[in-house]
Write a protein that binds this ligand. Structure first.
Ligand SMILES: NC(=O)c1ccc[n+]([C@@H]2O[C@H](COP(=O)([O-])OP(=O)(O)OC[C@H]3O[C@@H](n4cnc5c(N)ncnc54)[C@H](OP(=O)(O)O)[C@@H]3O)[C@@H](O)[C@H]2O)c1
Length: 207
């Protein structure tokens, strides 16, 4: 196994990884897992820490996906797995930046799925709930304060994500008992679409 280690928030280091993704024709899978968390009210947050989080969770994921995609589509096979979070949907007072980044990962993935609709290349978004990892250390939130039944092991998240991928799920939410609940949510979003851009404002906005 060939390991390339890089700080993905460092322009010079991520460019080495991007070059590898662009040129190594043996690459078939990109798992965008690297990410961090920050759970503090925005009014008391450090703007530089927020920027660093956006850089890791959003910018690096976008750059790496952009780098790998031309090769995957040209070779006609491959998979990109983007690790989002349940907090893309469960939006909290302390999660303005984190939920924002993970909502980006979700919508970025959904747009890419449309772009690749005719391609054999598969893109999956995974939305884990709380997972027992080092992610929580220094994040501003205490995993120990969560009930045990809210917390999944990393192994179980990975197994569920892979099972979701095998089942062809575009979006995998490991703890969600019924995938039809997600599908209903998506359907509700789709029902908005025909009315999201019209020549005239809605009646309630007109005097
Ligand atoms: N834990 C949760 O409750 C939870 C829930 C939902 C979603 N997620 C998401 O799951 C993903 C994995 O998190 P985790 O729970 O496994 O957390 P973790 O144990 O803290 O692992 C974070 C991973 O990101 C890498 N990373 C962090 N900063 C990096 C940087 N600047 N450059 C390159 N790699 C960097 C780390 O690499 P090193 O080990 O080399 O530092 C590590 O592999 C993240 O995207 C997170 O948002 C986590």
């Amino acid at each position: 196994m060939d390991v390339v280690s890089a700080d993905l928030t460092d322009a010079a280091q991520i460019s080495v990884v991007e070059e590898r993704l662009r040129t190594d024709e043996s690459i078939e899978v990109l798992i965008n897992n690297a990410g961090g968390g920050l759970f503090t009210p925005l009014a008391t947050s450090d703007a530089a820490a927020s920027e660093a989080l956006i850089n890791l969770n959003v910018t690096s994921l976008t750059r790496l996906t952009t780098a790998v995609l031309p090769g995957l589509t040209a070779r006609g096979r491959g998979t990109v797995v983007n690790i989002s979070s349940a907090l893309a949907l469960n939006i909290l007072p302390v999660s303005a930046v984190y939920s924002g980044t993970k909502s980006y990962v979700l919508t970025f993935t959904q747009a890419l799925q449309q772009e690749l609709a005719e391609s054999p290349v598969v893109v999956q978004a995974v939305l884990p709930g709380a997972v027992r990892t080092e992610f929580w250390d220094g994040s501003g939130a205490d995993l120990g304060a969560f009930p045990d039944e809210w917390i999944m092991s990393a192994d179980e998240v990975v197994d569920a994500a892979l099972a979701g991928l095998d089942a062809g799920e575009p979006v995998t939410i490991p703890s969600l008992p019924q995938i039809s609940d997600w599908e209903s949510f998506e359907k509700a979003r789709q029902t908005l679409v025909p009315n999201l851009s019209l020549r005239v404002p809605a009646d309630r906005y007109r005097g």
